[in-house]
Design a protein around this ligand. Sequence first.
Ligand code: MRU
Length: 356
Amino acid sequence: MVSEMGTEVEAVQWLNGALTLLDQRCLPQQEVYLTCTDVAAVATAIQKMVVRGAPAIGIAAAYGVVLAAKQRYWQAAEEWQYHIDQDLTLLAQSRPTAVNLFWAIARMRERIKHIGGDDPVHRLLHEAESIHHEDNQANRCMGELGARLITASCNVLTHCNAGALATGGYGTALGVIRCAFRLKKIHQVYADETRPWLQGSRLTAWELLRDNIPVTLLADGAASYLMKQGNIGWVIVGADRIAANGDVANKIGTLGLAVNARYHGVKFMVVAPTSTVDLSLSHGDAIPIEHRPAAEVLTLGGESVAATGAQAWNPAFDITPAALIDAIVTEKGVIESPDQNKTMALMQNEVYLPQN
Ligand code: MRU
């Protein structure tokens, strides 16, 4: 499918009164679309990673609220606002780390509070579509802002998938890469395969190649040696939650990249909309980290690869301290060498835009 605003894929779509999701577990082998007609199906799709990536999870949840309202209003028009609360709780329980989920639910909840006794569906759908559209616009803006930071033509390294698949379109980290590549500021994109879910080799590679951007994959453990070769200018990643002091939760392995980048003199850029910033948490250690089933580490493509009896530790995210981050790019502007004062100022609209 080709989006109105670009050639990149649409992972989340509202079609014929239901939520259609590109099942990201099947990529790149198969392009399978899954239709969710009730809120429970949306919560399950988020939990099982049919849809993944912080902004996309939030957008899917917002449409999930529309489906919940439809059902609750149809069941009991006078009491739907009371009963929908349990649906919002169900959605909030689907995954713990990406704050965009809770941000989108809170925004839909606020909208619910201000709807009177009328049929709520079209008003909530309008809100969900606004969340979706605003995310797409934010990504295009961040793409340009992030590309401005790349002053000399270079190679870049990304991790996980922070692209159109993970957002309302265009992508965060991949939005910057898309924009900088078109401006001929990037020679070569390297992508970590990103064990255990292989978002890099399955999703990022698929998405970039579809957009005619060449990509070279590497095993996660090879990133340090790649940086030592001296030809990487920037590591560019997305985020699942950014604390008030600029600490960043992102896909497991991001912290290792940031440590390596600093050691090797490589710049480190985080690209995320302000819906990913959580000012209620003063620092990254307070961010809840999702731990996923051991089977994801012990198996590959459904086949057991580990010695029988081995256990596995499987945190899905880690925290990169602000001190290791050169720039956080948001749609409101760029924070260089982030800290609490700069994050607060940005969220209060005191924006700083790089010049070149
Ligand atoms: O477990 P996932 O695939 O949902 O993790 C996704 C990431 O860590 C992304 O980097 C992050 O959500 C940013 S997506 C624009």
